[in-house]
Write a protein that binds this ligand. Structure first.
Ligand SMILES: [Ca+2]
Ligand SMILES: [Ca+2]
Length: 398
């Protein structure tokens, strides 16, 4: 669930940028006969809501957004941070066959970077210039039209022609899709794209207005899940940055928490454990309202929470971990960082305490491991003996 959340956020951003790029590309396609082209300045004016939204970001946030866009595109086609590509080789082949699109065709973040570094607005280059250009007062339409044209040519000609002629999803449709995604796509505070929302936008602004079918999109891997998977490959910091930026853009719905849930080492000299698999649940009046699973480094995000008080529990089912409970109070749409939590070894009877009852239970399981005595073998040497009891005794009262 954590990964899903992150992916959603990234997806939204990526989607937006891609749409933007598509729109721009088509606008640039003006020179190609038969394609229904748009004037770049008209496109830029049609995107006023997008510029209004981006105008509240500062230069470093905009730069981070573009950099995250790069990471997402690389995740989709190549994989990042030790992961495999989100799209399979087969899906990438289908994407090329159907839409003439590959990694080279989605270079929009690099295009934006090159453009802002080589053009000025408001006397500034770089992302400061971009942010200056999108301000509602004295919006720099010439600068933005130039950027739009660069983005348009980033997309391959074959893609532009194919989308227009074969699929009937031309520049006008692509621009509208992009604008609506920017205005309507939502993620939760845990970074999960709200897929029902995503799918509704795809239905309304792709399927309903073109010859592209759901099956076509599935074959090329284009889905809410794909964008989520790309978000999942970001670093924790990038994911958190993305949530914060999208929150500023009004794309985050509901409150949420994030942080780290660690598993205790059996011995201090042990290597760092794999912290994956702890379940983090939020409950109100003992009713679970949301849950997430920690990643291998312990990171989790949990979104979709209402304003007010709720109880957060941390536990892991596969061993004798002691559940940790902590209350949290959230404001409307607040995203709160939680203190790190460490699950401790030794709560054999799952009563949320480590005490003599747990030691007595272990003592009744002494000998070679079999069945439920597996839990009592905390040092995993296949024997339940005094070493295990001594280790759990260290955690009494913790
Ligand atoms: Ca206990
Ligand atoms: Ca043992």
């Amino acid at each position: 669930m954590v990964q899903k959340a992150g992916a959603v956020i990234i997806s939204a951003v990526l989607f937006i940028v891609l749409l933007m790029a598509s729109s721009q590309q088509k606008a640039m396609a003006g020179g190609v006969g038969g394609i229904n082209e748009l004037d770049s300045t008209d496109c830029v004016e049609a995107m006023s809501d997008v510029w209004d939204g981006l105008a509240i970001l500062n230069a470093s946030e905009m730069e981070e957004l573009v950099n995250i866009g790069k990471e997402l595109n690389e995740a989709i086609f190549y994989g990042i941070n030790g992961n495999q590509s989100v799209l399979t080789a087969q899906q990438q082949q289908a994407l090329m066959n159907k839409f003439h699109l590959d990694f080279g065709g989605v270079r929009w973040p690099w295009t934006i970077e090159e453009y802002v570094n080589s053009h000025q607005s408001g006397g500034q280059t770089g992302y400061g210039g971009f942010i200056s250009s999108v301000q509602p007062v004295n919006r720099d339409l010439d600068y933005l039209a130039g950027l739009y044209e660069q983005l348009r040519v980033t997309f391959p000609n074959d893609y532009r022609v194919e989308m227009n002629d074969t699929w009937g999803w031309g520049e006008i449709e692509q621009l509208e899709f992009f604008i609506q995604m920017f205005k309507q796509l939502k993620i939760d505070a845990g970074g999960n794209i709200i897929c029902a929302n995503f799918d509704a936008l795809v239905d309304q602004y792709i399927i309903a207005v073109s010859k592209i079918t759901r099956q076509d999109l599935e074959e090329v891997g284009f889905s809410c899940a794909m964008f989520q998977a790309a978000i999942d490959q970001l670093t924790d910091q990038q994911r958190q940055d993305l949530i914060e930026i999208l929150k500023k853009l009004g794309m985050v719905e509901g409150a949420g928490i994030y942080g780290y849930a660690y598993l205790e080492k059996v011995f201090p000299s042990d290597p760092e454990p794999n912290h994956a698999g702890s379940e983090i649940k939020a409950a109100i009046n003992n009713q679970v309202v949301a849950s997430a699973i920690s990643a291998s480094n312990g990171y989790y995000t949990l979104g979709g929470l209402p304003e007010g008080e709720c109880q957060i529990s941390f536990d892991k089912a596969d061993w004798s971990w002691k559940e940790v409970d902590t209350p949290v109070s959230l404001g409307q749409d607040e995203v709160k960082q939680m203190a790190p939590v460490t699950l401790r070894l030794g709560d054999m009877n799952s009563d949320k305490a480590i005490n003599i009852l747990d030691l007595l239970w272990m003592a009744s399981k002494m000998g070679p491991v079999s069945g439920e005595s597996l839990w009592a073998d905390v040092n995993k040497d296949s024997q339940v003996n005094i070493l295990d009891l001594l280790r759990v005794a260290q955690n009494i009262g913790k």
